[in-house]
Design a protein around this ligand. Sequence first.
Ligand SMILES: Cc1ncc(C[n+]2csc(CCOP(=O)(O)OP(=O)(O)O)c2C)c(N)n1
Ligand SMILES: [Mg+2]
Length: 384
Amino acid sequence: MGTQQQAKPQAETKPRRKAAVKARAATSPEALRPDGIDGVAMLGLYREMVLIRRFEERAARAYTQAEIGGYCHLNLGEEATVVGILRAMAPTDYLFTNYREHGYALSRGIEPGRVMAELYGRSDGVSKGWGGSMHLFDVEARLLGGYGIVGGQLPLATGAALAIDYRGGPEAVVCIMGDGTTNIGAFHESLNLAAIWRLPVVFVIVNNGLGMGTTVEESSGEPELYKRAASYRMPSERVDGTDPLAVREAMLRALASARAGTPFLLEAVSERLKGHSVVDPAKYRAPEKTQSLAASDPIALFAARLTDLGLLDDDTAAEVDATAASAVQAAVAFAEASPHPSVDTLFDYTYATPVANNSHRLPGEPLFSPAPPLPNAPTNGAAA
Ligand SMILES: Cc1ncc(C[n+]2csc(CCOP(=O)(O)OP(=O)(O)O)c2C)c(N)n1
Ligand SMILES: [Mg+2]
């Protein structure tokens, strides 16, 4: 698909930054890459995609059974993009994403039970039950959220890349967003800063064609979103998001660029197979469009490809499916057995500064009541 390689702006780089870039570039890209893709690895990608699919279908069911509260957005149709991105990342790289992130957590290797328990709001969840579907967070897996505010993750990811740059580490940051997010101010601010500071970050737009019910064409002056990078003289590329191998290869190029000090914008194009969230029946879609979605199903497409290559037959496909189904069943059992978090821990992970764990106190209320009077403040009855 399209590519757009641009010359880097020749802004003066401070010596410290130059040293950091040199250290990153000197780290062998091979050492940072996962193994190449052979038949076994391709089947592994397929397994991951099927696991995400079964997990999301089960999450949808649990949501309609009121086992899951809050909002719930699924990666249905984006499985190839998810696994392609994750397979290109080194384990030491950091990942930021939005609220549509269950698949990213699973593909990052987080136990399905811990992800499901978080959706159920239970204490064994990745965010100890206080985050829910939109706020999965796991420092060990270097998954730094899960954000419900559209675009909220972009400045944070840029800041993380700045921290890496200061330390001179070999890591990179990957920041996922939807197509609708490219019209948020933080998109411009983050890409601009990443470009001028030459930060090790890859911004990935998962273009599923819709921001809730609004199409990319209706919302974007430039609907070929990867071209937005030109405003920052940042290299960019558009890739078929239904092809996990193409996504992985594009992502390896993007990460190599970012590690060498040139941030990258990657656009992966796919379809959102269902509504914006579990409760959205997506009635705004034309019936013909809904019917044609099956042709963009990345799992069916990859299965056909693996079959052609002689890597998948009916028995193997059935075994992959059964394995994923039983992993998801075990995840649900784990979530159901996990206790609800204690109300005493309500504020534990909310504020950096200590706040009394008193669930009757509202955030922002003064800690000590009544507040002491201000010096020189008029007191009741005092002459003005
Ligand atoms: C700042 C902000 N504005 C509006 C919303 C409501 N909202 C939630 S998701 C969404 C659409 C985002 O679309 P996109 O970036 O394409 O991501 P997708 O849902 O398709 O993955 C909107 C407008 C929000 N959460 N945050
Ligand atoms: Mg979208």
